[in-house]
Design a protein around this ligand. Structure first.
Ligand code: ZN
Length: 670
């Protein structure tokens, strides 16, 4: 599971000057650069390990494009060919618009918005597209199997320009076939949702206490009328890219920090070779138990948000190393995990008697790949398998150099001035915003997701399409509830009894109002984390209405969130946590549906318009993406590796073009 940033404009903290955080700006996106402090202080072997893992992280990029939509690679390669080879007027409006569209394709790893999942429509004309394709040498185009240029254009034009074709990457709307109406490529379009569900129900039939993550690493297709899984593995689907990943992992394994880590890497290699999900579980267990290594990584088919049925894993990678100073904070939290579990406001039946191995650390990211690039989470908690989490615990990370980059880029952008009620809230945000935001992420990741248990016999997928939202709400509420507990002061995680208010205020403002800056006018909320945040904020707002716990005040025609009673707000968070945990533990899908549909989905139109107008005036981008640093091997005269250097000079366009050139082992259609 992952945590995403709540809103732009959180807080301020002065770090590395002379570092250029902002790289590019287009559509609703700002591209940032992140700094990797302390990379130079690592030993040579660790740097070398990071280098190989980085390469492995980049090799999976095309897998994700193909998972997101089967035409993505063809479209990206066509547009890149135009961008690189176009000889006509490169300063024309149409060419500029095509460049903007290509930048959006890189940001979304395909033709859909990375966050709203809607297909974006180009601002250049079909006529220009045709002329541009004809303008360049056909040998530069991604033509497959004797396809002509005309055929390529005829194939791509409707997919790029017609808004009714593939309108939504992952469809979560009620009452339609979610497989048929989703544009992604986890299921063949000849397969219906009903067929998928019955296929996996049959597979899951046996009472298994340690079930594999069914369907995680495969595409479901119909062959000769029969439904089968095409497995992602060497020799299987995405084989060429997976071979390249494994090639780098084999080098990484040779410079592993210790035997345990070597074993982790080897088991992952084995999984990629066989596609066996039992091996994947072995790998997950070994990975979660490796707590000594300084360098760590995620590489594989991991999160299931992109599958409307929550089974298929999108490919992602993150390479990182421990931020030792900041990790002291999360170690305090994990050491006290049992205390938090015992004192949580949920029914005793749903609590873990013994919380196992909640390990948490703060990391410095060295490389983002696949579904973590260019948009990236700020926190991660893995593995996702419920029984492994129950028996072996989970590993939780907060990515501090990414949150730092967000904070730096939002310095003085006017966001808090526009949306916060008065100076008191702004002061709180300035003083404690960064600290409390990081603490909330830590509590969310290392305690929230790891807390509670399912009653015996309850299927972990029981909440179906509502599962992700409920799970995120549970983790957020756990963090919010304890944020203002005296225990936090006793553990010296916050400096005083006021600081938590910064997070409470920001959370409510974001959930009730400002996250709407990320939603197109007239649209509802789709994404699980956003649904969860609105669900929590509007539920506590409504339940506390008669006591005016939280107000929505108007001033000069502008709406503001005002919190009148922080301690009652806390007990409301506690009440909702108890209910959400009950829903999760008992698999009460009806209650989950009611809660999510009532509070998490629908948007107040007039408030939405107001927020968009105010936000628009600030000229800020609602979404951020990142470029990675560039790592280079330095060799001495004997040809031995003597150093690995890091540089921050590559811009967004150059980086993506280079990745497409160096890490593109898959065919156009898979
Ligand atoms: Zn989460």
């Amino acid at each position: 599971m992952i945590t995403l940033l709540t809103a732009s404009g959180t807080s301020k903290k002065a770090i590395s000057k002379n570092f250029n955080y902002s790289v590019d700006r287009f559509a609703d996106i700002e591209i940032l650069r992140y700094h990797v402090p302390d990379f130079d202080n690592l030993c040579l072997k660790q740097k070398e390990l990071i280098y190989y893992l980085n390469q492995a992280a980049l090799e999976g990029r095309d897998i994700l494009y193909d998972q997101n939509n089967k035409f993505n690679l063809c479209i990206r390669r066509t547009l890149e060919a135009i961008y690189v080879n176009y000889t006509d007027d490169r300063t024309s409006d149409n060419f500029k618009r095509m460049t903007k569209y290509l930048k959006r394709v890189w940001m979304g790893n395909g033709i859909h918005h990375h966050y709203s999942e809607d297909k974006f429509i180009p601002e250049f004309s079909e006529k220009f597209f045709r002329e541009a394709v004809y303008n360049i040498d056909p040998s530069k185009l991604p033509l497959s199997n004797g396809q002509s240029v005309d055929e390529l254009i005829a194939l791509l034009e409707p997919i790029i320009f017609d808004p009714t074709i593939f309108p939504k990457r992952t469809n979560q709307a009620e009452g339609v076939d979610l497989i048929q109406t989703s544009a992604n490529n986890y299921y063949d379009k000849s397969v219906t949702q009903e067929e998928v569900e019955s296929f996996y129900v049959k597979m899951k039939k046996t009472a298994d206490r340690t079930p594999i993550s069914y369907g995680l690493n495969s595409k479901l297709v119909k062959e000769n009328g029969k439904i089968v899984e095409k497995i992602y593995k060497i020799g299987g689907l995405y084989g060429p890219a997976i071979s390249c990943i494994v090639g780098w992992l084999e080098k990484a394994e040779k410079v592993a920090e210790n035997e345990k880590q070597k074993d982790v890497i080897n088991t992952l290699i084995n999984f990629y070779k066989t596609g066996n999900l039992r091996t994947y579980d072995d790998y997950s267990i070994k990975w979660v138990e490796d707590l000594d290594s300084n360098v760590d990584f995620i590489n594989g088919f991991t999160e299931t948000y992109a599958d409307p049925l929550g089974m298929k894993g999108s490919w992602e990678s993150i390479v990182n190393f421990k931020n030792k100073e900041a990790t002291k904070r999360t170690e305090i939290i994990s050491t006290n995990a049992q205390w938090f579990e015992d004192h949580s406001p949920v029914d005793t039946r749903f609590k873990k008697e013994k919380v196992k191995g909640v390990s948490a650390k703060v990391i410095t990211v060295a490389m983002l790949g696949g579904d973590c690039y260019p948009a990236t989470p700020i926190g991660i908690n893995l593995p996702n398998s419920n029984w492994i989490r129950h028996e072996y615990g989970s590993k939780s990370v907060t990515i501090e150099n990414i949150t730092d980059a967000y904070d730096q880029a939002s310095l003085g952008n006017g966001f808090n001035e526009e949306f916060m009620w008065c100076e008191t809230e702004r002061e709180l945000a300035k003083k404690y915003g960064s600290l409390t935001n990081n603490l909330h992420t830590d509590l969310h990741e290392c305690l929230g997701h790891g807390s509670g248990k399912l009653l015996q016999g309850v299927d972990s997928d029981a909440l179906k399409a509502y599962g992700s939202t409920i799970e995120e709400a549970r983790a957020d509420l756990f963090g919010l509830y304890f944020m203002s507990d005296p225990k936090i002061l006793e553990l010296k995680l916050l400096p005083n009894a006021e600081a938590f208010k910064a997070e409470y205020y920001t959370f409510m403002m974001n959930g009730l109002m400002t996250q709407l800056t990320r939603i197109q006018p007239g649209k509802n909320i789709e994404e699980a984390h956003m649904r969860n945040r609105q669900l929590i904020a509007s539920w506590v707002y409504e339940k506390g209405k008669s006591d005016q716990v939280v107000d929505m005040c108007k001033c000069d025609g502008k709406t503001f969130v005002v919190i009148n009673n922080y301690s009652t707000l806390r007990s409301l968070f506690g009440q909702l946590l108890a209910e959400i945990q009950r829903i999760k533990s008992t698999g009460d899908v009806k209650a989950a549906q009611k809660l999510v549909e009532t509070y998490g989905v629908k948007v107040n139109q007039s408030l939405h318009n107001e927020v968009l107008t105010r936000f628009h005036k600030l000229g800020l981008a609602p979404y951020k993406g990142f470029v990675n640093p560039v790592y280079s091997l330095v060799k001495n005269q004997k040809g031995e590796i003597s150093n690995v250097t890091i540089s921050y000079n590559e811009d967004y366009v150059d980086q993506n073009l280079r990745y497409s050139k160096e890490f593109s082992s898959l065919p156009i259609f898979n």
